[in-house]
Design a protein around this ligand. Sequence first.
Ligand code: C5P
Length: 405
Amino acid sequence: MQAATSTRPRRVLLGISGGIAAYKACELTRLLVKAGHSVQVVMTRAATQFVGPLTLQALSGREVALDSWHPLRASGMDHIDLVREADALVVAPASADLLARAACGIGDDLLGTLLLARDAVPTLLAPAMNRAMWAHPAVQRNAARLRDDGVRLAGPGSGEQACGEVGEGRMLEPEQLLLEIEALWQPRLLQGRRVLLTAGPTFEPWDAVRGLSNRSSGKMGWALARAAWEAGAEVVLVAGPGALAPPYGARTVRVETALQMRDAVRAELDLAAADVFIAAAAVADWRPRQAQAGKIKKQPGAAPSLPELVANPDILAEVAARAPSPYCVGFAAEADDLVANAQAKRLRKAVPLLVGNLGPQTFGSDHSSCVLVDESGVRELPRMDKLELARQLVREIAARLPARA
Ligand code: C5P
């Protein structure tokens, strides 16, 4: 799971309703605080049967709000003030009962009234319940009604449940909820769009254990996958080998070689047209013409000659040449003459947008700067965290996308 970074500190009002998953709200509180956010916890009476308010007080560093009759705010108006002070209202876990009360606008406790008073505060509910409860038509009706009311529902996931059954109804993991919460603050500029990305290096086998590769970490591609998902896109990531776990919110297709990456990209585009193609992968330029079977044996005092190399296909140029083609974004990692090289590469590959960065410095780093080159000129984005840079790039891409037919 990638760490959340660079989202500026915000104030989260975290409601906890009664369910076994309430224990995971402790970890969620810790993760939010660790990411720099402040957390005000509100617990329903039932929630306090599962975890003690003192635990949440210690983790959040704030007294927990328990009911309207012992207000934390001097105004005595906790049922309004707590949500007005917040940048997001999150309920995790959201029980079947909580969903029903929220869907019907029942304000019979503090959390119920806060959900009524939320106004334009972005709101996320993380349902958690037994699979049969989640599948019940009444719960599904309530979930649909809440979505219509502009509430985001995160999950539930599928898997083993506290009751011993297996199915849909598990609350998302705290790490996933943190990503969902931070996504609340990003504009949904790519809602309904399909984004296909390549990322990471490729590995071109020479024999069974050796091969050609490069030092790309995949971090920029991963950050772009996250930023595109946050912006509401359906994201498919075709990823070369690397240590990073598949990013949350994207479908990841793992490949090893450039030829496999090209095949996977073609297959995805044949499956469904993409609105955007972002080629962030550092595709190996060449591959051994023939990979040797088995491992080349070491001979004392002698070295084998290097294999004959052949050029790999240019995946980006191929996608740009398709008709119709998605909006194509290329990257150029250059050691010098960044702008001139990026401009030349944009024209050579016939893509509308090229992102240039200084290669060796950015490989493996959590930070990068870049220049954007398009038909109208050059724009610099200063050095920043790769996630923030990815969010800015998504904004730039969204602004350039042709309007939908
Ligand atoms: O030609 P160069 O490797 O410098 O171009 C870099 C850009 O082209 C990147 O966007 C990279 O992902 C893409 N590329 C590709 N297939 C290749 C080589 C590069 O898609 N074989």
